[in-house]
Design a protein around this ligand. Structure first.
Ligand SMILES: Nc1nc2c(c(=O)[nH]1)N[C@H]1C(S)=C(S)[C@@H](COP(=O)(O)OP(=O)(O)OC[C@H]3O[C@@H](n4cnc5c(=O)[nH]c(N)nc54)[C@H](O)[C@@H]3O)O[C@H]1N2
Ligand SMILES: Nc1nc2c(c(=O)[nH]1)N[C@H]1C(S)=C(S)[C@@H](COP(=O)(O)OP(=O)(O)OC[C@H]3O[C@@H](n4cnc5c(=O)[nH]c(N)nc54)[C@H](O)[C@@H]3O)O[C@H]1N2
Ligand code: SF4
Ligand SMILES: [Mo]
Length: 879
């Protein structure tokens, strides 16, 4: 792909490091440390499309926050010192307390090669199965459900099924925001062939905009709904009797389903009937499911309730139909394949199976492979908390933010005698607790493979040099293995070498009748690995890709699939007068998890710049909560302060908060501090979407809004910061009055010498302060006893804000406030869109695109544009 010019930079094909869609990207270095990022038109997952996060990748490459050298308790050291300390401490810990006193907690964002080495080191050589991954919080229920039904963790279908389906059902999936390129693909199919779309989610989401039916069921009642569907499939004579011969358990599963009462879903009988009729009447139906299914104390049962319906109707493995679990992280699927979970072995082999264990041990020439599953994530951190785990290595994940009962997890990590953390930055809530901090190379600097939601293996390729002393995760892991004494087993020179070994092991797994087989790649040369095109597994000499199970061949010992009797169980935590609300949690469109990368992009920050709690108008009124108030949210485990967003997209009694904010960006908004660590008994996955909480209005003494071209050093009961084009903006609030706002402003911005221009009204408790350095405007603070009303998105343009409008907080007439940015590709704000709808009479999303460009690039904002149109039209109709 070299375009030849002497100064031209080479374009590299790689994969987006965010969601499990696995979009191909073309990366062209700009010669100044940056990258031009485009969608790869030849990648089968996206055919050139990218969503808002993928398009903004180039804005997240700054090295300001990067960790450049290994650190021991905050001091830079050499790799030699750091790795020898890690290896020695692990060895001593094993000698004194045994292998089970060590644990690795890793991530579905590791590349397959990193993951393989971590798993080999722990399960083959340290000799414990105490390696678990954040996929426990993400995909574990699907893995358990697949294994129970199919005998292996197999995703039967492919993305092409979404193009060919006539009905797509989204269960607990906000695909429009979390897998935007797939959602756009579905909308394209809908335009082409009229695909129908149903959303099953207690909350109205952006994914509902393109749907004909939204079933806002009661939280956690999916099993009851799918059991009803199962019964109706039977009653309608839609059971595929021929296909049923490949299955067992039908009668008992049906009997259990017949005992179920679908009224617990809270849906009307008519809604349930309409849904069942549509599903049964549409042969080509794909049921997509995600965290609304998995993150539940009955997550595995929810998965099997869905699989039962597809198996009974024989709608699986054929073009345009099947159950389809979409993976969250870019290599969630690869992690399942290499056995990253504490209860799995590599290549879909089972830890409980003595023959499987022996085969892996022999292949690795390993001293021993443990015969009992290791600790699953929640139990692992409990064991760290109560002193059973003496040494912990956390790689590529931020559990102080993302684990349930996060405050207890924070304390467990802080008190663990020896904690090693591998990250690309030291500025995370978890990294700050490390004894040893190891600098990893980031996605654009390293090589390896990932597997996406539809089993396509793609290469990630380095396009930038590794900054500082950073090293790839696989290399760090292998070096620790060597220093612990296993020189030959970890003597890897390149990711290709690891990949070949892994592919060869999958060939052995295949002799046990496993599905996962990429042995066709076991002899790849370095060049072939370098140029490997995206390929769907299985990849053997006789077969590449395709669907599973159309032939009725499954992976249980008798070759049959199992339908499981599953009965509805409500969420484990019950609402009580002290905690009357059910807390749902999830994602926003433009942030990725704990924001260590996406928060660096001003474009992405402009979408939703502050953590919030969605609450229904009735509940807000009952609690005297007004729009833009701050609320205190409390659970038995912790408390948070969030901005109220009053909306009927949640039902009364339910509230929703995003998961993204952290000690770095909004310390009072770490939502997992409130979430109970209750898990599914089969999968061990936490119920992250159904905790119980109380919500009260926060009586703040003052509210503030700050913008700065430099940094801010907040010291307030509530603060939340976001990146702007030229610096940072922050929301602030305090519980106690402040006497001297000018002094407070100097401290907040770290500008003791700045010249101030102030408008102070101590009687009212308001202040507006502008700070200048060398005559240039560098910061401003607005304070009020009520939530501050200023034109935030306009002021965020500081220093490009004229003086006369600064202290008023209002924009001049010729430069209207753009409002929060909806279209992050072209930076188009809500106010501009609303004005154009009104003045130009725009009637549809395409017309908005023609007028303002909004929604014409990645399309991620199209659902919100549709929402805005509907709102504007209702408003006009009412006028
Ligand atoms: N923008 C963005 N995209 C991402 C990510 C990100 O951080 N940001 N993360 C990636 C990762 S790792 C993952 S796992 C995926 C997650 O992707 P999704 O699962 O689509 O995302 P969530 O927002 O966690 O949850 C989905 C929906 O489940 C609903 N829900 C809650 N309880 C129930 C219930 O009982 N039943 C049903 N049917 N629905 C329920 C919620 O209201 C929510 O809308 O997203 C991936 N993509
Ligand atoms: N309440 C609630 N909690 C949830 C969820 C929810 O829906 N609700 N969702 C859960 C789910 S599905 C998931 S997947 C998790 C995600 O939660 P986490 O995995 O904790 O979140 P990330 O922010 O993705 O953390 C990745 C970390 O790896 C670092 N990193 C980036 N690149 C590299 C690299 O190349 N090497 C190394 N070593 N480090 C790197 C980043 O800086 C960051 O610190 O959250 C879970 N928690
Ligand atoms: S949909 Fe967006 S976040 Fe997901 S892989 Fe594609 S570009 Fe990346
Ligand atoms: Mo996830």
């Amino acid at each position: 792909m070299d375009d030849g010019g002497a100064c031209e930079q080479k374009t590299v094909r790689s994969t987006c490091p965010y969601c499990g869609v696995g979009c191909g990207v073309l990366l062209t270095p700009d010669g100044q440390g940056g990258l031009d990022v485009r969608g790869d038109p030849d990648h089968p997952a996206n055919r050139g499309r990218l969503c808002s996060k993928g398009s903004a990748l180039g804005e997240t490459l700054g090295l300001g926050q990067r960790l450049m050298a290994p650190r021991i308790r905050g001091l830079d050291v050499s790799w030699e010192t750091a790795l020898q300390k890690v290896a020695d401490t692990f060895r001593e810990t094993i000698a004194e307390y045994g292998p089970d006193s060590i644990a690795f907690y890793v991530s579905g964002q590791l590349l397959t090669e990193d993951y393989y080495v971590a798993n080999k080191l722990m399960k083959g050589f340290i000799g414990s199965a105490n390696i678990d991954t954040n996929s426990r919080l993400c995909m574990a229920s699907t893995v358990a459900g697949h294994k129970r039904a199919f005998g292996t963790d197999t995703v039967p279908g492919t993305y092409e099924d979404l193009d060919e389906a006539d009905l797509i059902v989204l269960v607990g999936s906000n695909l429009a925001w979390c897998h935007p390129v797939l959602y756009q693909r579905i909308l394209a199919a809908r335009r082409a062939r009229g695909t129908r779309l149903v959303v099953i989610d207690p909350r109205r989401t952006a994914s509902c905009d393109g749907a004909e039916m939204h079933l806002a069921l009661e939280p956690g009642t999916d099993v009851a709904l799918f059991n009803r569907l199962f019964r109706e499939i039977y009653a309608a004579g839609a059971v595929d009797q021929t296909y049923l011969r490949h299955t067992e358990g039908f009668d008992e599963a049906l009997r259990t389903a017949c005992r179920e009462d679908s009224s617990v879903t809270g849906l009307s009988e008519q809604q349930v009937r309409d849904f069942c009729r549509l599903w049964i009447g549409t042969e080509k139906v794909v049921t997509i499911f995600s965290q609304g299914v998995n993150q539940s104390s009955s997550g595995s049962d929810k998965v099997n309730a869905i699989l039962n319906c597809h198996l009974a109707a024989g709608r699986i493995g054929k073009p345009g139909c099947g159950p389809f679990s979409v993976t969250g992280q870019p290599n969630a699927m690869g992690g399942r394949e290499v056995g990253g979970l504490a209860n799995m072995l590599a290549c879909h082999l089972d830890l409980e199976n003595a023959d499987h264990r022996a085969a892996v041990r022999d292949f690795w020439s390993a001293p021993a492979v443990p015969d009992a599953p290791g600790l699953k994530a929640v139990d692992m951190f409990r064991a760290a908390g109560d002193g059973r785990i003496k040494a912990l290595w956390i790689i590529h994940t931020n559990p102080v933010v993302s684990m349930p009962e996060a405050d207890a997890v924070r304390d467990a990590i802080a008190n663990c005698p020896f904690t090693v953390i591998s990250d690309i930055t030291g500025a995370t809530d978890t990294a700050r607790l490390a004894d040893i901090l190891l600098p990893a190379t980031a996605w654009a600097e390293k090589d390896g493979t990932v597997t996406n939601s539809d089993r396509t293996v793609s290469r990630q390729r380095a396009a930038l040099p590794a900054p500082g002393l950073s090293r790839p995760d696989w290399a760090i892991l292998a070096e620790v293995g060597r220093r612990m004494g296993w020189t030959a087993a970890f003597d890897y020179q390149s990711p290709a070498e690891i990949f070949r070994e892994y592919a060869a092991l999958s060939g052995i797994a295949e002799t046990f009748g496993r599905d996962f087989d990429i042995s066709g790649l076991a002899a790849l040369s370095e060049t072939e690995y370098e140029t490997l095109a995206p390929t769907r597994w299985p990849i053997t000499t006789g077969r590449t890709g395709g669907r599973f199970f159309a032939d009725g061949r499954f992976f249980h010992p008798n070759g049959k699939a199992r339908l499981l009797p599953v009965a509805f169980r409500p969420p484990a935590a019950r609402t009580v007068p002290r905690y009357p609300f059910r807390l749902n949690t999830g994602r926003t469109r433009d942030q990725w998890h704990t924001m260590t990368r996406t928060s660096l992009s001003p474009r992405l920050a402009a979408h939703l710049a502050e953590p919030f709690l969605e609450i229904h108008p009735q509940d807000a009124q009952a609690g005297s909560i007004a729009a833009a108030d701050l609320v205190r949210v409390e659970s038995p485990h912790g408390s948070a302060i969030l901005r109220a967003r009053i909306t009927d997209s949640v039902k009364p009694g339910q509230v929703f908060a995003p998961i993204h904010w952290t000690g770095e960006t909004a310390p009072s908004a770490r939502i997992d501090a409130l979430v109970a660590a209750i898990t599914d008994p089969v999968s061990g996955q936490p119920e992250s979407k159904a905790s119980v909480v109380n919500v009260t209005r926060l009586q703040a003494a003052w509210y503030g809004f700050a913008v700065s071209t430099g940094g801010i050093i907040p010291n307030a009961d509530y603060w939340a910061r976001a990146t702007t084009m030229r610096g940072v903006r922050a929301e602030l609030a305090g519980l106690t009055p402040v006497d001297d706002w000018e002094q407070a402003a100097r401290e907040l911005f770290g500008l003791p010498e700045a010249e101030l221009t102030s408008v102070l009204d101590p009687a009212r408790g308001s202040a507006r302060i502008a700070l200048r350095k060398d005559g240039c405007l560098v910061a401003a603070l607005f304070v009020s006893p009520q939530p501050v009303a200023v034109m935030r998105d306009y002021l965020a343009g500081l220093p490009d804000v004229p003086d006369h409008s600064l202290l008023s907080g209002r924009s001049p007439a010729d430069r209207p406030d753009p409002g929060p940015i909806l279209c992050s590709c072209f930076g188009v704000g809500i106010n501009r869109i609303l004005a154009a709808i009104e003045t130009q009479g725009l009637m549809n999303v395409d017309a908005i695109g023609a007028a303002l460009q909004a929604g014409t690039n990645c399309g991620s904002c199209r659902p919100e544009l549709a929402d805005l149109l509907a709102m504007a039209n209702t408003r006009q109709a009412a006028e």
